[in-house]
Ligand binder design. Structure first.
Ligand SMILES: [Fe+2]
Length: 148
């Protein structure tokens, strides 16, 4: 059984990214729990929610990378698109009963753990450094800048 719970080792040091990742793991856990109860209606419903939240999160992360001039934003965005394509294929298999919701959740969990430990951590460090530089360069009298 995969561990669907978020833990501090998955932190990338950017508040919005870490919060989003926690939401994604909460959704994965709900799918796993619904599946264990045999509640496939609920598992499918949460899977739809997971899909929507993942798209929203990817867009937010990609915007953050662009705002902070992250050098590998394009490659990172491609990694997100690759997952989106794989999930689309899995949804088709799900619709034809060739897969169960927990299969998709397990796949997503493995993907996320790898993606967070690699690409997200790298981007997170660059974004956090960019924020530090921005904050250090801001004079106390300057108007507060726009949120990211
Ligand atoms: Fe990412």
């Amino acid at each position: 059984m995969l561990n669907m719970e978020w833990n501090a080792a998955l932190e990338v040091g950017v508040g919005e990214m870490d919060q989003d990742h926690q939401v994604l793991f909460d959704l994965l856990l709900r799918i796993q729990q619904a599946d264990e109860r045999g509640d496939f209606g609920e598992a499918n419903a949460v899977l739809v929610e997971l899909h929507g939240y993942t798209e929203w999160h990817f867009a937010r992360e990609e915007a953050l990378m662009r705002i902070h001039g992250y050098e590998f934003a394009a490659e990172h965005g491609e990694e997100h698109q690759r997952l989106a394509r794989q999930v689309a294929v899995m949804q088709d298999e799900l619709a034809h009963d060739h897969l169960m919701p927990h299969d998709v959740a397990n796949f997503m969990q493995r993907w996320l753990v790898n993606h967070i430990a690699g690409a997200d951590r790298h981007a997170g460090e660059a974004i956090a450094q960019s924020r530090q530089r921005r904050d250090a360069g801001r004079s106390p009298s300057a108007a507060p800048d726009q949120p990211d």
